[in-house]
Design a binder for this molecule. Structure first.
Ligand code: LLP
Length: 463
């Protein structure tokens, strides 16, 4: 995620001592289509529109801050993933990126499956009508109550994450008189090139069961021996916001090797492997994500090749993209409040949201883009830091970016690529009210998750 400091930039840049920023785009009014959702454009007056509606109208009707989700882009991305993987593979959208009832209905209509990782996500999925057999249930510490509900609902698979869970799920399934379809999540020992907190397949972490020291093989032994379980395959997820396919290739190879060992030891060929999610998206113009068809081809080629050399039947592949589907489909709209030029440093632009609607910058040092969207401007670029309204100096939304120097309070600015892990990780810090998610499509906008109100806050406060 890092970019090198760049000496260019007409204003402030000559005196800057720290920060990772690039030269301003030649024309700040041009919206880079890499980071904006597909129906975003500027209208004749220079205002940004999404799904044919201008941000001024959206701000007036729904207020700011708010997330605007481009529904047709979301659906198109679902279809692109489903088409790329084809009928012999399964795409599970990772609900942790962003989940709501509307999203579940879109997934269902577009033929995707759903990965959930908590009772709350499971409830949302079932409530919105996702067939249970199209749901995968994840988590490193599912409660007994959550497992009960998943088994009762008849979820298509539970991904087992520990030795205790193998036994827990088996007992619960037996009690319900069913054989639960399960996969075992293995840690394949790949160091994904991403932020430490979102890398998940190196061995020193809480997820999965290690391949390296024979633990995974032992987990398979135990799962195969339990009547309540139908072991359908092995699962691996190596991390998040990854561009380099090499990690996935190593992971696929190791998972196939495990299938070969299982065949040799037990005489069974497990029919499925899941290679998880983690595909990166463009947050800035410098990110170059892969297209779903390239990813599908790379993964299926490696699995096919490895299976041929191990003389295994090629298993059915599944993947779990979250960010890659929803991330690029939404932007956050903010109103500029105060503007503070710090001589010799940078200009702080404060917006009406912040770390409560986007914690990723503070948490992962994530980089974002930002644009003035209520109008165009011919003013020269100024280097800014977009910050929120929270009582914390780490409350940064966009660390270093360029906005026009005539930026003024009341202007609307938007941060693209906030569809994933922003609303889903939003908080009430400082008793902020979590913003709404508004779906926009073909000239119509509708709230799919409403804005929190002060009554919502007080309702929970029962002291
Ligand atoms: N499958 C499993 C088992 C996962 O743990 C995850 C993400 C995914 C799929 C989806 O990964 P994606 O395709 O969205 O990268 N909050 C962090 C990301 C945490 C991801 C956790 N697991 C962030 O904001 O970057």
């Amino acid at each position: 995620m890092s970019r090198s400091a760049h000496p260019a930039g007409p204003r402030h840049a000559d005196v800057l001592t720290e920060g990772h920023y690039s030269a301003p785009a030649a024309d700040l009014n041009v919206l880079d289509e890499k980071v904006w959702s597909r129906t975003v454009t500027r209208d004749a007056d220079g205002a940004l529109t999404v799904g044919g509606i201008t941000v001024a109208r959206l701000a007036e009707e729904f207020g700011t801050p708010a997330y605007f989700l481009d529904e047709s882009d979301f659906r198109a991305r679902c279809r692109a993933w489903a088409d790329a993987f084809g009928p012999d593979a399964d795409v599970f959208y990772a609900g942790k990126a962003f989940l709501s009832r509307a999203v579940v209905r879109w997934l269902k209509e577009e033929g995707l499956n759903l990965d959930v990782c908590s009772g709350g996500e499971l409830t949302t999925a079932l409530d919105a009508g996702m067939p249970a057999e199209r749901i995968a249930f994840h988590g490193n510490n599912k409660t007994v109550a959550e497992i009960e509900r998943a088994v009762e609902a008849g979820v298509g698979r539970i991904v087992l994450d520990s030795f205790q869970e193998i036994v827990r799920v088996a007992h619960i399934a037996q009690r319900h008189g069913v054989r639960q379809r399960v996969q075992i999540r293995v840690t394949v020992g790949v160091e994904a090139h991403t932020h430490e907190f979102i890398a998940t397949a190196h061995e020193d972490q809480k997820f999965g069961i290690a391949l390296a020291d024979g633990q995974a093989a032992e987990a398979v032994r135990r799962a195969l021996a339990l009547d309540g379980l139908e072991l359908i395959g092995v699962h691996s997820h190596i991390g998040s916001q990854i561009f380099d396919m090499a990690g996935f290739e190593v992971s696929a190879r190791r998972v196939v090797q495990l299938l070969a060992e299982i065949r040799d030891e037990h005489g069974v060929e497990l029919p499925e492997i899941d290679l998880g999610g983690g595909l990166g998206i463009a947050y800035t113009s410098e990110d170059d994500p892969r297209e779903p068809h390239e990813i599908a081809k790379a993964l299926s080629d490696i699995v096919t090749r490895e299976c041929e050399s191990a003389k295994l039947r090629t298993p059915r592949i599944s993947v779990e993209p979250g960010r890659a589907i929803v991330g690029p489909t939404a932007f956050t709209l903010y109103e500029v409040g105060t503007i503070k030029p710090l001589e010799g440093l940078r200009t702080y632009v404060s917006v009406d949201g912040g770390m409560s609607d986007n914690i990723r910058t503070a948490l992962y040092d994530a980089e974002y883009s930002v644009a003035l969207v209520s109008r165009t401007s011919d003013a020269e670029p100024m280097l800014v830091r977009v910050v929120g309204k929270h009582c914390e100096s780490g409350d940064i939304v966009v660390k270093d970016a360029f906005l026009p120097a005539d930026l003024a309070p009341g202007d609307l600015i938007a941060v693209p690529a906030t569809g994933a892990y922003c609303r889903s990780m939003a908080s009430n810090y400082n008793h902020a009210l979590r913003p709404p998610v508004v779906a926009v499509r073909d000239g119509e906008a509708r709230v799919i998750v409403r804005r929190e109100t002060e009554e919502d806050l007080l309702r929970l406060d029962v002291g």
